[in-house]
Design a protein around this ligand. Structure first.
Ligand SMILES: Cc1cc2nc3c(=O)[nH]c(=O)nc-3n(C[C@H](O)[C@H](O)[C@H](O)COP(=O)(O)O)c2cc1C
Length: 189
């Protein structure tokens, strides 16, 4: 094995559009550094934002934010939200913006899945602020559901890789979680 030094190799990650109301107006930025803090209810999710970004102030101001999942067909708009700043650009005008019960977490109707969060904690790691939010509500376009479950094959999430700086698309399911290991378990137990 070749040693690379401390290269973060924890990719791929989904690209998301994180929304907040900044100085009274909706703003969105592209964010790939998202996290799942726990599994259960309440559910806590995190987003890691460079402290220099315009959006951060809005999350502090209102104590709310959103995380939307764009599909592959929103690649151009998503990338635009990742190269332009709300300091001097109205990125929200690209989208049909809607709000849920929190009232200040803007979401994007064109995204198949959007989540609305209430700010729980902020942690600072070097140049970044990690906003941890409690998931309050999830909105989904009905066509991406199979039964009552979100179907990734229909969502077609946009996938981010830092090493290649490419957007990727999701491949096919290759097996069942909590299932495929059972064949080996039979041999070992
Ligand atoms: C694909 C992609 C992923 C990104 N992921 C992050 C991220 O996880 N955290 C971050 O702080 N910035 C990330 N960025 C950069 C911000 O989206 C970008 O700097 C944006 O212009 C900030 O917008 P704002 O100033 O309106 O808040 C990403 C950009 C791209 C293109």
């Amino acid at each position: 094995m070749k040693s690379l030094g401390p290269v973060n190799a924890l990719y791929p990650m989904p690209v998301t559009l994180v929304g907040a109301t900044v100085n009274g107006k909706p703003n969105f930025l592209a964010v790939a550094h998202v996290g799942i803090m726990n599994h259960g209810t309440p559910q806590f999710l995190s987003v890691g934002l460079n402290a220099s970004h315009y959006t951060n102030a809005g999350i502090h101001q209102n104590g709310t934010f959103s995380i939307c999942l764009p599909s592959e067909n929103l690649m151009v708009e998503t990338d635009y939200c990742g190269i332009m700043t709300g300091k001097n650009t109205d990125k929200a005008s690209l989208f049909d913006v809607f709000y849920g019960g929190l009232g200040t977490a803007p979401m994007i109707r064109e995204c198949p899945v959007c989540m609305e969060l209430k700010l729980k904690d902020v942690h600072t790691y070097g140049s970044h602020e990690i906003f941890v939010g409690e998931l309050v509500e999830t909105f989904v376009q009905e066509p991406v559901l199979t039964g009552d479950r979100i179907d990734l094959a229909k969502v077609k999430p946009l996938i981010f890789d830092m090493a290649s700086h490419n957007y990727w698309s999701l491949g096919n399911a290759v097996g069942q979680c909590w299932g495929e290991g059972k064949a080996l378990k039979k041999k070992t137990v």
